[in-house]
Design a protein around this ligand. Structure first.
Ligand code: ADP
Ligand code: ZN
Ligand code: ZN
Length: 727
């Protein structure tokens, strides 16, 4: 028999299928990991097919040397999924296969965790002179039975234990143990009866075969309870389930909630886990001990069979697009996996992405709506504060008088507040603080970005440059503001004003693996208290005592030069606002902005997603942005800027030739430097392309081909289809 093998070799020319013959002494199946000779080396490979014969000279085929694991690592469906991804996202097979396996398997450094249990080995406690500690230990074991070694060592020294072991007074039992990720969060179990809308959603989803549902439910409407119920239904039919959440909303609390509902049948795949924990969680899924996989994007590749439901929570989140190789869209992968398993896919969000809602309108997705909060409380009132007016009232602080008053109120009532500052972004916009004017590109309708190094305003879409101004072109004021305030500064300012515990949550303080959960737990237990944070505090948290949310500078994300900037702002505000008033206490939100009349704020403050969608989808249609066109970015990256420029020019010339054939299909084509021109010594260039949907399936493969056949030495070229992040 012949095996078709994908070898694990880092070179794009080797992303082919190689035939090897299977020697009689080996049992090789589809999906097995094998060792083969490649060139003069021994390498690992994956068997993707078994066949009777080969088109190559059979005598020259090499034998498979050995099989690495007793069971095939990749199921039939996973192999199909890999093939789908290769075709859809133009990926190397081996890169896709590796997504399906935990890194420890690939590196081969797997070690089982062994736990030692100590128990007493004598019937009567011997009389040991001048060794009270030893007697104490034996008495302790006699009373408590078998005790874990690490727990025993909390009470007795290792020398004492060593001595009684040597004397054979105690014995050791070694057990292989799963490294189950622990949650420091404790939650009380609530008995919940679903409301009508929730029940209707559960019924539609659970009785469904392959279909995509968009579960649009306001924050706190009980989407998570719907997920839990749907998963229960799937388990009762002997099926498994996958639930994806954005990395940052997979909080200890969320984790505890699912552990509460499902115990050890849940496996968590999170980047904060140790390699060992990840490996064990993966294995628990693989050998069917666990049936529910919860995790970020790559959890879609969890080794589950008979999947009964796939859920993507916060489906609008940008992290579902993988921005580094292999680049893929999780939604597309999930759809295909749902199709393979003939099961429903549920996309949940309080603020669905414009693209997903568009597909509802087109009839491709089925809409389910939860209109009210589960606690029957109103959504928190969002008060918009016009920051242009503050200086006129004599307030030069970064907090408005309203926010300060509400903070005082919140603290006096022994409640908690969250202060949100969206610091994401690299360079900042510029704005007239008198009239609120922000310069925009004349061609693209996106805000210009100020570049300090050459003192210019630039459009990141078409690379047009504009002179910076010191006098506002609209009102003549010279009061021009740059940049934004960060979390650290906010904490300092708050400390001056309030004498309560203040916690900070951002990328800087959560580098340490556990600190994220620790900070949240401390905050949860403290009141009054204030939590200051970035996006990290925007999602998923369900704190009872938070009654106030302050959004210090809502405009930060509004001025990103990205066609999704407004959508992202709307989403972020709705999400952050959703943190307030989640239990029996009413919530309140103070939103500070220099653009109080911007439609993103207007519709966010009335929680009017539908109106927002209408406005935004019209804008996309008029300006020819997705979902009305296909957007592509060709990224050209090199340590050597002239090599990169040369490659860019060559690619661009080729694409221009393509455009000459499909002139009317190209809406936009332009080469330029990336907004982030240099990252870690790499120069970055891009070609931005927008093409009409109709012929996109013909043109896009041609662009991939152009990039494939114009490889340059020491230059990396990537094609991004519908990129989420345009930095
Ligand atoms: P979402 O995921 O939509 O933000 P959650 O599922 O977290 O909402 O629900 C918000 C809060 O309301 C949670 O504390 C949850 O336990 C509670 N909840 C949800 N559904 C119900 C219900 N039917 N009855 C009582 N409480 C509910
Ligand atoms: Zn002005
Ligand atoms: Zn422009």
């Amino acid at each position: 028999m012949i095996a078709e093998v994908i070898v694990d070799v880092m070179s794009s020319t080797t992303d082919k299928i190689f035939d090897y013959s299977i020697p009689n002494n080996l049992v090789v199946e589809k999906g097995h990991r094998v060792v083969v000779e490649f060139g003069n080396r021994k390498v690992e490979g994956f068997v993707i097919n078994i066949k009777e014969t080969s088109t190559y000279d059979l005598d020259k085929l090499k034998d498979i040397i050995s099989v690495r694991d007793s069971q095939p690592l990749l199921s039939e469906n996973m192999l199909r999924l890999c093939f789908f991804m290769k075709k859809t996202f133009y990926l190397r097979q081996i890169d896709v296969i590796k997504l399906c396996l935990p890194p420890l398997i690939i590196n081969g450094k797997v070690k089982d965790k062994i736990v030692e249990y100590i128990s007493i080995n004598v019937d009567d406690i011997p009389c040991i002179k001048r060794a009270n500690k030893q007697v104490e230990l034996l008495l302790y074991l006699k009373e408590n039975g078998e005790v874990r070694k690490d727990q025993l060592l909390n009470k007795f020294s290792s020398t004492v234990l060593k001595t009684v072991l040597e004397k054979n007074f105690v014995k050791i039992r070694k057990v292989k143990e799963n490294r189950l990720p622990k949650s420091s969060f404790t939650l009380e179990k609530k008995q919940i009866t679903l409301n009508d809308q929730q029940q209707k959603a559960v019924d539609s989803i659970s009785n469904s075969r392959y279909a995509t549902y968009l579960l649009h439910g306001v924050t706190g409407s009980g989407k998570t309870e719907v997920y839990i119920e749907c998963i229960k239904k799937a388990l009762s039919r002997n099926k498994t389930a996958i639930m994806l959440v954005p990395e940052i909303s997979l909080t200890p609390q969320m984790f505890a909630r699912f552990r509460n509902a499902f115990g050890d049948t849940v496996a968590i795949l999170h980047s904060n886990l140790s390699q060992g924990e990840k490996f064990d969680e993966w294995n628990r899924l693989k050998n069917k001990e666990a049936k529910i996989a919860i995790g970020a994007r790559s959890c879609i590749f969890a080794p589950l069979e008979d999947i009964g439901i796939i859920i993507i929570d916060e489906e609008h989140d940008g992290s579902y697009y993988s921005e580094s190789n292999p680049r893929f869209h999780t939604h597309e992968v999930a759809k295909y996996l749902a199709f393979l398993n003939d099961c429903p896919l549920v996309l949940g969000s309080a603020t669905p992405s414009i693209e997903s809602f568009y597909l509802v309108k087109k009839g491709e997705y089925r809409l389910l709506t939860l209109t009210d909060r589960a606690n029957a409380k109103q959504l928190p009132n969002i008060e918009i504060v016009d920051m242009l007016l503050e200086p006129r009232k004599g307030n030069m602080n970064i907090f408005s008088y309203r926010l300060i008053a509400e903070l005082e109120n919140c603290i006096n009532n022994n409640n908690q507040a969250m202060i949100f500052i969206n610091r994401r972004g690299f360079s900042s916009f510029i704005m007239c603080t008198n009239c609120g004017y922000v310069p925009k590109c004349q061609d693209c309708d996106v805000s210009l970005v100020y570049h300090k190094e050459d003192d210019l305003l630039k459009c990141h879409y078409c690379s047009r440059r504009y002179k910076k101004f010191t006098k506002c072109p609209k009102c003549g004021s010279t009061s021009i503001r740059y940049g934004a305030v960060g979390t650290q500064r906010i904490v300092d300012e708050l400390k001056k004003l309030f004498n309560v515990p203040i916690f900070r949550l951002d990328n800087d303080v959560t580098r340490n693996k556990n600190s994220f959960g620790e900070i949240l737990e401390k905050f949860n237990k403290t009141s009054p208290a204030i939590l200051v944070g970035t996006q990290m505090i925007a999602k998923g948290h369900d704190f009872n005592k938070v009654t106030l949310v302050g959004i210090v500078d809502a405009d930060v994300s509004l001025h990103f030069s990205d066609y999704r900037a407004i959508e992202r702002t709307f989403q972020l505000i709705t999400q952050v606002a959703g943190r307030a008033g989640r239990s029996d206490k009413e919530g309140k939100v103070v939103l500070q902005t220099y653009f109080p009349r911007h439609f993103a704020y207007r519709y966010a403050s009335t929680y009017d997603y539908n109106a927002f969608y209408k406005r935004e989808i019209n804008l996309r249609e008029v300006t020819k942005f997705p979902p009305f066109v296909s957007m592509l970015r060709v990224l050209v990256i090199s340590q050597d800027s002239s090599k990169a420029e040369l490659a860019l020019k060559k690619l661009y010339d080729e694409i221009v030739k393509l455009k000459e054939i499909y002139t009317s299909d190209f809406v936009y084509l332009y080469p330029m430097k990336c907004p982030k021109k240099r990252i870690q010594g790499n120069y970055r260039y891009q070609i931005m392309i927008r093409i009409n949907k109709k012929n996109a399936p013909i043109i896009i493969p041609k662009i991939y081909d152009i990039c494939d056949s114009n490889k340059a030495n020491k230059v990396s070229i990537f094609v991004e289809n519908e990129p989420q992040n345009l930095s």
